[in-house]
Design a protein around this ligand. Structure first.
Ligand SMILES: [Zn+2]
Length: 88
């Protein structure tokens, strides 16, 4: 049997139960996994190891998202007007 070394990651919040400093990281067959000792949550880390220790951040702020929504509806209106002018 192989002994799996588990290492706590400081500052990481469990995505499942929200507890901090309960996440352990370990490697099996060169694939990284993380596991919450509090709630038992675990998943694979290999895809984005750079996210380790960083809080998840949303790329777009709600305000910017709203602007994008408005820009999109503007586009729709412009297209609509162009369509009408073609018809006439
Ligand atoms: Zn947890």
């Amino acid at each position: 049997m192989t002994t799996v070394k588990k290492q706590f990651i400081a500052g990481v919040v469990c995505p499942s139960c929200g507890a901090q400093d309960t996440i352990q990281m370990y490697t099996i067959d060169e694939e990284q996994f993380r596991e919450c000792v509090d709630c038992g949550f675990s998943d694979e880390m290999e895809k984005e190891p750079s996210l380790l220790g960083k809080p998840l951040a949303t790329r777009v702020s709600p305000e910017e998202e709203l602007k994008q929504e408005q820009a999109r509806s503007d586009d729709v209106q412009i297209v609509h007007i162009l369509d009408n002018s073609k018809l006439h």
